[in-house]
Design a protein around this ligand. Structure first.
Ligand code: SF4
Length: 404
């Protein structure tokens, strides 16, 4: 398998992003699906603790730090982004030191979290608010919505507007609606490109896998609202479109196509990617990578449209809405089977706990598999068991195809 050529540019983009914190005048922390564009419009460099949690997982350091947080009284069963990130802070360690030459995580001037994804971010971010004695804002949208109503948009939009005076105070910059519109427009353009990037996975052979997506989503998470993110996805999309045209995929032959549900297992990305490739199985779709597609963004109406976009994310939807979205995805990506990752420390983004996979199978006849694991805490992951389960599942998908 050839590496996606844009990966080199990606490394530079991420390196420059982190280097930017060395000269940052003001830094805001934000949850990964928080109102980053509003913050950027005040000139903040925006730092995302979840991205740091993913780095701790991917570099397999999370396990070294989780015990320090458990010693503070947190359960080892809660979000391993939270427990590893707080633990790393206690140890004064960070992958940002070795990989990007920073002294540690960037110090916040403002902390903003949005509970659209989970309440855990409230506990996590308020911990740091106290540690740094830093103003902390929480956005509390309605949870598990079906279709987002106007009243719900108005509620969240009002909460975004209420952030403005605190942002002005923390940044020392007056709110400028035009700057906000420009930032949201850039974000919209980048998110549209990201959507097109992921949609190239509808082709056979697919030029991009779910595992590639978890790496290439870096800029849409941390650089939303910048020209850099837009340029990066322009370049990536160009490369992938060429590959589609030339029938170059990450697999020479696709024997089966799979949807991955829930969080990545960051410390096992490469191992899992290799396992599927070895079996000519293409993991081509996920709602995880799609979480940074924000169709509703509209710079003409920045507060309401971003309130809608950030409230209608997949993780925050009702079961009925999730079933509909999953069905669309299965059809559009021509998926043969679905793997649900039951991440032990994130029930919020694990859809296997209340029977959804079986209901989906009964309704649509798509084979499903549940694998146990975690985003960062590898104590919850059994390599042998997972490999056997996945191999058996792939065999089952292939034999079903032959039978048809
Ligand atoms: S959604 Fe899950 S992984 Fe993400 S911050 Fe919340 S609990 Fe942690």
């Amino acid at each position: 398998m050839d590496e996606i050529r844009s990966s080199e540019l990606l490394r530079k983009v991420m390196k420059d992003y982190f280097a930017g914190f060395k000269q940052a005048k003001k830094t805001a922390w934000c949850t990964s699906v928080g109102p980053a564009e509003l913050l950027r419009s005040f000139g903040f460099e925006v730092y995302f603790p979840e991205n740091h949690g993913a780095l701790l997982g991917a570099t397999r350091q999370a396990g070294d730090f989780i015990p320090a947080t458990v010693n503070l009284g947190y359960s080892g069963d809660v979000c391993s982004y939270l427990t590893s990130d707080i633990g790393a802070y206690i140890h004064k360690k960070s992958p940002l030191q070795k990989h990007y030459g920073l002294d540690g995580i960037p110090k916040p001037d403002l902390i903003v979290y949005n509970t659209n994804q989970c309440r855990e971010v409230q506990d996590w971010f308020t911990y740091f608010g106290k540690e740094y004695n830093c103003p902390t804002i929480g956005i509390f949208p309605p949870r598990h919505v079906d279709e987002v109503t106007e009243a719900e948009v108005a509620d969240v939009s009002a909460q975004f507007k209420a952030m403005v005076p605190l942002c002005e105070q923390a940044s020392g910059i007056k709110f400028d609606i035009d700057r906000y519109r420009d930032t949201l427009r850039l974000s919209k353009e980048a998110t549209n490109l990201w959507k097109e990037v992921l949609n190239t996975g509808k082709n056979s052979p697919s030029p991009i896998s779910f595992f590639d997506g978890t790496i290439h989503m870096g800029p849409i998470v941390v650089l939303r609202g910048t020209q850099i993110a837009k340029e990066y996805y322009t370049s990536l999309l160009k490369e992938l479109k060429e590959n589609v045209k030339n029938k170059v995929g990450f697999l020479k032959e696709e024997h089966s196509r799979i949807y991955w549900d829930g969080m990545p297992i960051w410390g096992k990305l490469r191992t899992l990617s290799d396992l599927f490739i070895e079996h000519n199985s293409a993991v081509v779709a996920s709602t995880y990578c799609n979480s940074w597609i924000f169709d509703a963004f509209d710079e003409k109406n920045p507060f309401d449209s971003s309130a809608k976009a950030y409230t209608e994310i997949f993780i925050n939807r009702s079961e009925n809405a999730k079933m509909r979205l999953l069905k669309n995805m299965v059809d559009e990506f021509r998926v043969d089977g679905m793997i649900f990752h039951d991440a032990k420390t994130c029930f919020n983004n694990s859809n296997a706990r209340f029977g959804l996979p079986l209901r989906f199978y009964k309704e649509h006849g798509i084979p499903v598999l549940i694998v146990e694991g975690d985003l960062c805490d590898l104590r919850f992951y059994s390599e042998g068991q997972t490999t056997t389960k996945i191999e058996t599942f792939i065999e089952q998908l292939e034999s079903q195809k032959v039978a048809h």
